[in-house]
Design a protein around this ligand. Structure first.
Ligand code: FPP
Length: 252
């Protein structure tokens, strides 16, 4: 994700829709607590919501969908909950990979692989390999992902090149750093949605979000559906994106 300005799609109603939507899927625990259910049930229903949103993304002409599945900071949760989340990822890939592939989805995974269990790494690799030539929708799964860590790793690579005499420090600019982020070929998100009413990025795509429109919706992730996605896209369409420039005036 390296372009400050991503092109937008033709939305279903003729308006310009977002090409790349990124989602912070928040509120699984609160959804479960409100129903007297275990948190794991909230996460399980969160996977159902994810399936709905992948399907809706096809229908709404979204080309890239990034989801925040497990943050680098989620390791501070109880081991049982971490186990539940890893179990859901395993099941999601085992059960849904064939369908995703059939539907033309290319799976990309961003985040730190080191320290993950070997079978999880193998599944992530399998998903990326099987779907690598698909072109209908890129599903970018942020797993064990943290934006600060991603930027620090890119800075480290640049520093190493300078130390080894392979790079002039003056050549380090935003584009150079972008090229060392986890998925440099993916355009920056046009729209970032966070569910459950929290209004922050929580270490998600902070570099790439420079010109993203942020939409915060009050509903918890397990309740998110196509209508909620359409609502967020309608809000996006009402925003005026200037990318640091002036408002485009017609007829002048
Ligand atoms: C936030 O809810 C959600 C997460 C930490 C994980 C998101 C994971 C899923 C939707 C399911 C897993 C998906 C895959 C592909 C493995 P929270 O637990 O922070 O909710 P709370 O803030 O209400 O406690």
């Amino acid at each position: 994700m390296s372009n400050a300005r991503a092109p937008a799609t033709d939305g279903p109603d003729g308006t310009e829709g977002p090409l790349h939507v990124a989602i912070i899927m928040d509120g699984n625990g609160r959804w479960a607590a409100a129903r007297g259910l275990p948190r794991a049930e909230g996460h399980r229903r969160g996977v159902d919501a994810l399936r709905r949103v992948v399907q809706a993304s096809h229908e709404l002409g979204i080309r890239y969908l990034t989801i925040f599945s497990f943050s680098a900071e989620n390791w501070s949760r109880p081991a049982t909950e971490i186990g539940d989340l890893f179990g859901l990822l395993r099941r999601f890939i085992r059960n849904d990979l064939a369908t995703l592939h059939r539907d033309g989805v290319r799976v990309r995974v961003i985040g730190e692989r080191q320290g993950l269990e070997v079978d999880i790494c193998a599944l992530l690799e399998e998903a990326e390999q099987l779907t690598r030539h698909n072109t209908r929708l890129d599903l970018i799964v942020a797993f064990n992902y943290g934006s600060r860590q991603e930027i620090a790793a890119a800075a480290q690579r640049l520093a190493r090149e300078v130390a080894e005499g392979r790079r002039d420090p003056a050549s380090i600019d935003a584009d150079a750093l972008s090229r060392y982020l986890d998925a440099p070929e993916i355009p920056d998100p046009d729209l970032i949605i966070r569910t459950s009413g929290e209004q922050r990025l929580s270490n998600f795509l902070m570099w790439q979000a420079a010109y993203s429109e942020l939409v915060f919706v009050p509903i918890h992730w397990p309740d998110f559906d196509k209508a909620a996605l359409e609502g967020a896209i309608a809000e996006f369409a009402r925003r005026e994106r200037r990318f640091g420039g002036l408002i485009a005036k017609t007829g002048s």
